[in-house]
Design a binder for this molecule. Structure first.
Ligand code: G6P
Length: 578
């Protein structure tokens, strides 16, 4: 589990959002929220109530008919008080994590006649002021909000009846075809989403990532998984140093090691060549490599290179998983790869110790050097564990765990199984998508389009879930991989500075190969759709389906896709978006 974000901001600016307005020395109820009184600049709260009072009074004194400081009362809401108390603050307004716009208290002022009571709301926070404003405050966001009604009124059948629209809502890159015509979106929606991307400076942010800027501000790190698959002559800097030669240094080492291993020159403690690999890791040190391995297993070329070999994964500490991972394997012919970015993850270290014991009890302590190798950014701990540092393969803290499949995390075990050249093809494919993502206009940029549609579905239409339904069995482990990748990345409740976000940021990803899903949870999608109101359905159950249309030409997938299209037809009748 990622560590919870620590809210570091305290509300430092309050404004008056609504209340009573004083006119002609008499008090009138104001039906509408009143415009802020311009207090933000001087209401530099929250160090103490006296400061709050002083500043407030100075500003309100401007012709509002106030009697003066006497009698001013400010009152925090009880919930806020309780929260602040639990957090150990003496001042209620120092409670953390309050949403912008949230009412946190009220102030009462004596006027010449009567009094004026005003609601106080947080309009900003220290950290938010220092960084960017929230995207939901932009005109572009509001434009999309205003557009929801029109889309909800339009039946998906009508959207699908518009041939021009359907043709327009597609994109293609190197054989990957994205058809998003079944989304509840029109050209107008997409136009608004592109404007939102502009408002979010998406283009600039993508550039910053590729440039090696430290966009991971919480850890002050670059985010450079793209460097892992960049061509040898690329230049990508982190801290002013080109990281590409270092990346290729590790890849060359993997290539050499895997050739020695696969040729039988690397022998175990009893002199036998090793043919079995157990990769021990969890989270990003497991799911990506498992996904790619499952996909390559039945690829004819890759399968040929894997003949007579086994690659298994061990993630769970459940003894059943341990037993399965080594069932029918002989330690004599087995290599254990311990994969952990930190080399401290409890589950991985426990499993690594268990398999170390398995090797030692059968072959003796000296066997560890020949039967255990490691992938980590923490080579010190690798050594302390007892693995020869020469047999450790490095990666870097600028690779997020969930993006690490293209580092030694994936490249090493996959190269041991399939040979480095096969894995290099996978890396080239990933690099090609990087170019597409960096250089294509957003209108034709598949990752950007999928991201924007996700924002539209989750943050605007309120669909909480996304089904991932590959119709190719080879992509069986795609959904679990994306579950981590997407939900660990986007499942955030707070802004980068710890301020709570007033909108949903990520969907629940789930999925299975589509054909199997049809005989399982599609049932709910279909039945619930018929028996419940559209609103309940759209809110609670279903967001969108990503169908990976691979192997289009082959007969069996053709049949599967026809079945999928039929289901789409049924669902469309009830106005579900895909
Ligand atoms: O590779 P490790 O350091 O062992 O970490 C394994 C996993 O640990 C945590 O769950 C993180 O949230 C994941 O992102 C990471 O992939």
């Amino acid at each position: 589990m990622p560590k919870p974000a620590t809210p570091k901001s305290v509300p430092t600016y309050l404004t008056v959002t609504r209340g009573w307005s004083a006119r002609d020395d008499s008090l009138q109820a104001s039906p509408q929220p009143q415009p802020p009184l311009g207090l933000e600049r001087s209401l530099t709260l929250v160090q103490g109530q006296s400061l709050l009072r002083r500043n407030l009074l100075r500003n309100l004194a401007r012709g509002s008919g106030m009697k003066g400081a006497k009698g001013l009362q400010s009152k925090a809401h009880p919930k806020l008080k309780e929260k602040a108390k639990n957090e150990g603050h003496t001042h209620p307004f120092a409670a953390k994590g309050y949403m912008r716009g949230a009412t946190v208290g009220e102030m009462t002022f004596p006027l010449n006649r009567g009094q004026m009571t005003l609601d106080l709301a947080i309009v900003s926070s220290q950290a938010a002021m220092a960084s960017a404003a929230l995207i939901c405050d932009t005109e572009q966001w509001k434009g999309l909000q205003a557009h929801i009604g029109a889309i909800q009124k339009t039946h998906l059948r009508d959207l699908m009846g518009d041939a021009d629209r359907c043709n327009a809502l597609t994109a293609e890159y190197e054989g990957i075809f994205l058809d998003y015509s079944r989304q509840r979106a029109t050209g107008e929606t997409m136009g608004k989403l592109f404007k939102l991307a502009e408002a979010a400076n998406l283009k600039e942010k993508i550039e910053k990532m590729f440039r090696g800027d430290k966009i991971n501000t919480t850890e002050n790190r670059s985010v450079l998984h793209v460097a892992l698959r960049a061509p040898r002559d690329a230049v990508i800097n982190s801290d002013g140093v080109n990281v590409v030669p270092e990346v290729w240094g590790v890849k060359d080492k993997i290539k050499q090691f895997s050739e020695t291993f696969r040729s039988g020159s690397w022998v175990g403690a009893t002199g036998k060549a090793l043919t079995n690999v157990v990769s021990v890791g969890i989270g990003g040190s497991f799911l990506g490599p498992l996904f790619v391995h499952t996909a390559l297993q039945t690829d004819p070329e890759a399968a040929k290179y894997a003949e007579g070999r086994q690659l298994r994964f061990l993630a769970n500490v459940d003894p059943v998983d341990v037993a399965r991972s080594i069932k029918d394997l002989d330690p004599e012919t087995t290599l254990v790869v311990v994969v952990s970015k930190t080399f401290t993850t409890a589950e991985t270290m426990l499993n690594a110790r268990t398999l170390k014991e398995w090797i030692i009890s059968s072959l003796g302590p000296h066997a560890v050097a020949k039967h255990m190798i490691a992938v980590s950014t923490n080579l010190k701990l690798v050594k302390e564990f007892g693995i020869d540092p020469n047999n450790a393969f490095a990666f870097w803290d600028w690779v997020g765990g969930r993006y690490s499949v293209c580092s030694a995390v994936g490249v090493l075990p996959l190269s041991l199984q399939y040979g480095f050249p096969i894995v290099q093809k996978f890396l080239e494919g990933a690099s090609s998508i990087d170019d597409h993502f960096r250089l294509s206009p957003f209108e034709k940029n598949i990752p950007v389009l999928l991201g924007l549609l996700s924002v539209w579905n989750v943050s605007f239409l309120g669909y909480p879930a996304r089904a991932i339904l590959p119709y190719s069995q080879a992509l069986e482990k795609f959904a679990p991989h994306i579950q981590q990748l997407s939900m660990e990345s986007n499942g955030k409740g707070v802004f980068i500075d710890g301020v709570q976000l007033p909108f949903e940021t990520g969907e629940i990803d789930f999925g299975e190969p589509g054909t199997n899903g049809q005989h399982s949870f599609y049932q709910l999608i279909h039945q619930v759709m018929i028996s419940t109101s559209r609103m309940l359905l759209s809110r609670a159950y279903f967001a969108s389906i990503v169908a990976l249309k691979v192997c289009k030409a082959c007969q069996c997938h053709g049949n599967q896709l026809r079945a999928f299209e039929a289901i789409v037809g049924i669902l469309m009748a009830s106005d579900i978006s895909f």
